[in-house]
Design a protein around this ligand. Structure first.
Ligand SMILES: N[C@@H](CCC(=O)N[C@@H](CS)C(=O)NCC(=O)O)C(=O)O
Length: 224
């Protein structure tokens, strides 16, 4: 499809593997943007069908009401313009949410390489490299500090409503369920809360229903 076509459409990669797509989809669905979804099966690298539609050659890519937005964080901010409660209402909490979201977007490379998202799979326990362990420790510390300061009795990072920050970490939760690193009790409870969110559940169900021929062997572990 031509890039300039006026369609409300969210292009996503295979739900099973596309962690950045999960973020954009959660944001779009949480704020209720009316867009049709087009899923492009990822080839496990450079996917010609993605390059054909997306200006960056990557998914997610959102076309909405004349706007074209590639990149998950930009899509999240676009969604927050429609529904500001995607970020915490209070200024300092909102700044913190943006900082930890940007940290996720720009960082944790070692962890992302070592633990590719593979919804619904479990891998045998493994020893992680010091660089991966450092990413893990930073994520757990950041979750603990954020929840201690802002969550109150809520189950998410900033309370009982999912925010953009939870969305940015949702694929990390999926990775933790797949690769099962040892986690603190509070991190484990947070992981369970995000996984239990109805939108996350619905993404997992759709991922499980994707055609078997979309599967990429090296990302597949044991199905629980
Ligand atoms: N910075 C981008 C990263 C997007 C990204 O890396 N997307 C992957 C899929 S998860 C992709 O499209 N890769 C190209 C391909 O697999 O063909 C974002 O935040 O959206």
């Amino acid at each position: 499809m031509a890039i300039g076509a006026a369609q409300n459409r969210l292009y996503l990669g295979s739900r099973r593997y596309s962690s950045w797509s999960l973020r954009a989809w959660l944001a779009v669905r949480l704020v209720g943007l009316d867009v049709e979804e087009q899923i492009i099966p990822l080839a496990g690298g450079s996917t010609p069908a993605v390059k054909a539609v997306s200006p960056s050659g990557m998914v997610p890519f959102l076309q909405h009401d004349g706007a074209m937005i590639w990149d998950s964080l930009a899509i999240l901010e676009y969604c927050a313009e429609h529904q500001p409660k995607l970020w915490p209402a209070e200024r300092i909490a909102r700044a913190h949410a943006r900082a930890i979201s940007a940290e996720m977007h720009a960082g944790f490379r070692e962890l992302r390489i070592a633990m590719p998202m593979s919804c619904d799979c479990v891998f045998a326990p493994q020893a992680f490299s010091p660089a991966v362990r450092a990413d893990l420790e930073r994520i757990e510390a950041l979750w603990a500090q954020t929840r201690a300061r802002y969550a109150g009795v809520g189950v998410f990072l900033f309370g009982n409503e999912m925010t953009g920050a939870d969305i940015m970490y949702a694929p990390v939760i999926s990775r933790f369920l797949t690769y099962q690193p040892a986690l603190s009790a509070d991190s484990a409870a947070y992981v369970a809360a995000v996984r239990a969110h109805p939108l996350v559940e619905s993404w997992y169900q759709a991922a499980a229903a994707e055609p078997p021929e979309w599967r990429i062997d090296r990302f597949e572990g044991i199905k629980p």
